[in-house]
Every structure is written in structure tokens, then in C-alpha cells.
Design a protein around this ligand. Structure first.
Ligand code: ADP
Ligand code: TRP
Length: 331
């Protein structure tokens, strides 16, 4: 049985990109693997240091996890900061990580561009803490979206380096994973290639959006003035509408609009109406469970408490082993 570990930062509600890139894989994997799924609240401090939002965001993500189908009976679901052993492992790993390699990470360079007034050491150290999340449970597989590929490569580098330095095959080399096929990237409704709350809130459909909100957002999605000759390549915005449709609609529906596009007869209004209906149908059961879980505060707290206990057990064992391998001994 493989060990699986992954997490999502609690920076707001989860959107369809998070769902198709990460959460859907969590749900599929929980049946046949030993899974650890967490809410990466330490990681969220690099960009969202507001104490008043933190607990609400963590709770909302936990509700989204469960509403979408994560089962606390099957997977260990926990809040990262409830398992502080990850900080010790991160510190220990960081001794064999070079500042230069961290400065070259694409996500770090992007954050430097985006928040030049807050280039904190947490941002630089982000890949080390992320590696610690994964190695803490000695995971084999890590379900993530395409944007996390480089972080996973670094995790493997750090694991391999540790094994090499201490001459032990202690850590496995974990791989980024998407069930069945390649890592995915869900586009935004604003014509951008990635649905992301960090870029543009309006480009996101949240799992907790009410049906009328979903409809309004989809109807306002960016398109273009339509093809004028057969075989004309699609603009990014229109390609995005097709990609979103592929995620939630039947293949027949997608083919119908593809044919309409090729024949230059497509009406984007009709396509968006269909897309909105299919998204609403897809999200309906999740949305209803979210509303239900919001009133079950005790249950949510219990899931977090029990998940933390199980995660700490696995984490403590790894940290104990690592301390011993490194050579810490009682005097
Ligand atoms: P955001 O970009 O909205 O801030 P996060 O960075 O917190 O989202 O992403 C959490 C998880 O969801 C990661 O595994 C990431 O790869 C995945 N993810 C986020 N956006 C998308 C997307 N548009 N398509 C596919 N996966 C995504
Ligand atoms: N970096 C991930 C993101 O931005 C979140 C994350 C933190 C993560 N630790 C992780 C993902 C460990 C997988 C495994 O989405």
C-alpha cells in the first residue's frame, strides 16, 4: 500500500482548480492508500498573515474537503500547525539545502515580483517546509496540480541528499501524481490559463458558490467575437471555455459545441448557458453538503482533533528516526 501526502493552503474557499488539480485525486486515492491530507496553514503565513482570517479559512477548507468526499474514516485529515513536528523536520532538512537553489525556484521568483515589500524568509524556505510535509509521512505519492511539479522535484532532491549524506535509504523519493493521466491545469474565467484566487478572484468558481453565483460568473466569462473561417485556432479565452466544459460536461456536449465552433456557428451565450448548467449540476451535491457541515461545528472540530492525533503519531516516528540517524543522542 502506497503512502500518500498532500495539502492545500487555506487562503479562502476552494475553487474548481483546487478540486480537479488536487482534491479529486485525494478522494480517489483514499480508498487504496494510506493517506495524509492536511490544510497547510503554516504555508499560508507567507502571504496571508491575518490572525482574524486564519481559523475561518482553515475551517472552511476542512468543510470543503469533507463536503467534496474526503472521508475521515479512510484518510487522516489534519491541520498542519497541529503537527509541529513538521517544523523540526523542516529545520533539519534545511541544513542540507543551499540558499542559491531556493532563490532559483520559480514560485519564489514570482512571489518576489508580486510582493516586493514582503520577501520573507518563509517564502524562501517554502520548498523545504513542503518537503518536510511530505517526508514527515515518508510518502510515495503526492497528488498536486501542475504548478507544484518543481516543488516535488526539490522534495526528491532533498530526500536523496539526506539518504546520501547519512548513507541510508531512509526516505523514499515521492512523485507528483494525478490519477490516471497527466497533471492538470484548470483555466480561469477571465481568459487566464490558471484558475487562481491569488491572481483574480473573479476568475474562480468556488465549491461553495451558490448556483445563481455560478451562473452569473460563467455568463460573464471572457470569450471573443467568434470564428470567421473553418479551422481557425481558438483564442485562449475560448479554449478555456472548452477546457472547463471538458471538466464538467459530457463528451457529447463538448463535441456538439466543438462542431458548432468548427462550422463557425457557435453562439457563446448558448455555450455558457450549458456550461453554467453543467457546473451547477456537478457542484450541487458538494454545495449542499457544505451548507449542512457549516452548522456541524462539533463534528468539524472532532475531525480535526482526531486527524491531528493520527498525524502526530506518524510524524513523531519519522522525527525520532531522523534525529537518531543524524546522531542526536541523550547524554
Ligand atoms: P491558488 O493558486 O488558487 O492560490 P493553491 O496554490 O492554494 O491555489 O493550490 C492548491 C492546490 O490546488 C495545488 O495542488 C495546486 O496545484 C492545485 N491548483 C490550484 N489551482 C489550480 C488550477 N487552476 N488547475 C489545477 N490545479 C490547481
Ligand atoms: N504548495 C502547495 C500549494 O501551494 C501546498 C502544499 C504545502 C503542499 N505543502 C504541501 C502540497 C505538501 C503537497 C504536499 O498548493
Amino acid at each position: 500500500m502506497d503512502i500518500v501526502a498532500s495539502g492545500i493552503r487555506p487562503t479562502g474557499f476552494l475553487h474548481l482548480g483546487n478540486y480537479f488539480g488536487a482534491l479529486r485525486n485525494f478522494i480517489k486515492m483514499q480508498n487504496e492508500n494510506k493517506c495524509f491530507f492536511f490544510i497547510a496553514d503554516y504555508h499560508s503565513l507567507t502571504t496571508h498573515p491575518h490572525p482574524s482570517d486564519l481559523q475561518t479559512n482553515v475551517r472552511n477548507v476542512l468543510i470543503d474537503y469533507i463536503a467534496a468526499g474526503l472521508d475521515p474514516e479512510k484518510a487522516t485529515i489534519y491541520v498542519q500547525s497541529d503537527v509541529p513536528q513538521v517544523c523540526e523536520l523542516s529545520l533539519l532538512l534545511s541544513m542540507n539545502v543551499y540558499v542559491g537553489e531556493l532563490q532559483r525556484v520559480a514560485s519564489f521568483k514570482e512571489k518576489v515580483r508580486r510582493q516586493p515589500n514582503n520577501v520573507n524568509a518563509g517564502l524562501l524556505n517554502y520548498p523545504v517546509l513542503m518537503a518536510a510535509d511530505i517526508l514527515l509521512h515518508r510518502a510515495d505519492k503526492v497528488p498536486v496540480g501542475k504548478d507544484q511539479e518543481q516543488h516535488l522535484e526539490m522534495t526528491r532532491d532533498f530526500a536523496q541528499r539526506f539518504n546520501h549524506i547519512y548513507q541510508q535509504e531512509y526516505f523514499k523519493l515521492p512523485v507528483a501524481y494525478n490519477f490516471g493521466n497527466e497533471l492538470v491545469k484548470i483555466p480561469g474565467l477571465d481568459g487566464s490559463t490558471k484558475m487562481s484566487k491569488s491572481d483574480n478572484e473573479a476568475s474562480c468558481i468556488y465549491l461553495s458558490d451558490a448556483p445563481e453565483v455560478v451562473r452569473k460568473k460563467v455568463m460573464r466569462a471572457v470569450s471573443d467575437s467568434g470564428p470567421t473561417e473553418p479551422g481557425q485556432p481558438k483564442s485562449q479565452a475560448v479554449e478555456n471555455l472548452f477546457l472547463l466544459m471538458k471538466a464538467v460536461s459530457t463528451p457529447d456536449t463538448v463535441q456538439y459545441f466543438e462542431d458548432q465552433y468548427q462550422a463557425c456557428q457557435i453562439r457563446y451565450g448558448d455555450m455558457k448557458k450549458q456550461l453554467a448548467n453543467d457546473m451547477i449540476a456537478f457542484l450541487q451535491p458538494i454545495y449542499e453538503r457544505i451548507l449542512e457541515l457549516r452548522s456541524k461545528s462539533d463534528y468539524i472540530s472532532k475531525v480535526a482533533r482526531e486527524g491531528a492525533e493520527k498525524a502526530r503519531e506518524s510524524a513523531s516516528k519519522t522525527v525520532r528516526d531522523v534525529r537518531e540517524i543524524i546522531g542526536f543522542k541523550a547524554l
